[in-house]
Design a protein around this ligand. Structure first.
Ligand code: FES
Length: 76
């Protein structure tokens, strides 16, 4: 199983990405329909007007179940 774990900070107009639609790797924002690739948090060529997401790698600690967000490795 492949998982894409990233903590995403959305920089467009603050649309609720958690309410977006996921088709394959494409996450569509419900407000203005910007499309982002969940594997790398880049905006689709079809909606380049949208600001790219800022994301951080996330890891789940196997022994404790803690969710760790690496804020040092920001990706824009
Ligand atoms: S707020 Fe998400 S596309 Fe505009």
């Amino acid at each position: 199983m492949v998982m894409y774990l990233r903590w995403i900070r959305y920089a467009h107009e603050g649309g609720p990405l958690e309410e977006g639609t996921l088709e394959g790797y494409n996450l569509t924002c419900p407000w203005h329909y910007a499309v982002f690739d969940i594997r790398n948090a880049t905006v689709s060529d079809a909606t380049v007007w949208a600001t790219e997401l800022t994301s951080y790698p996330v890891r789940i600690e196997e022994t404790t179940g803690d969710i760790l967000i690496d804020l040092r490795r920001e990706k824009k």
